[in-house]
Design a protein. Structure first.
Length: 129
């Protein structure tokens, strides 16, 4: 099976020992994205909705670099430091995804990198590699 690394400057650069995404065959594994602005590598200014939107924008940039789109995501994992924001995630997600929606998990966590309140990772299937 062919394996390749996906990298784009349209999403935040990896801040550790990982790749933005890895393609293995038709499956692309997207690393977790927090609401970092790619140009500054700082957390986005604004409220929780701004953080959620920045994460979806970052995931979208990586899916595009992999030859696909958010519509190709088959599994989405959401990590929140406060599950009270779950309804807002659903509301914002409706702006980025259409049916059929990906499988999904939402997990409450104690903390996330850089003081972020939200992180998401995903698995996409696309022949665009």
């Amino acid at each position: 099976m062919t394996r390749s690394i996906i990298k784009t400057d349209q999403a935040p650069q990896a801040i550790g020992t990982y790749s933005q995404a890895v393609r293995a065959g038709d499956t692309v594994y997207l690393s977790g994205q927090i609401p970092l602005v790619p140009e500054t590598m700082e957390l986005v200014d604004g409220d929780m909705e701004a953080q959620i939107r920045r994460v979806f924008d970052n995931l979208a940039a990586v899916t595009t670099a992999a030859g696909g789109s958010l519509a190709d995501i088959v599994k989405l994992n959401i990590f929140l430091t406060d599950l009270e924001h779950f309804a807002l995630v659903n509301q914002v997600m409706a702006d980025y995804f259409q049916e059929p929606y990906p499988a999904r998990a939402a997990v409450g966590v104690a903390s996330l990198p850089r003081g972020s309140q939200v992180e998401m990772d995903a698995v996409m299937v696309s022949e665009g590699g």
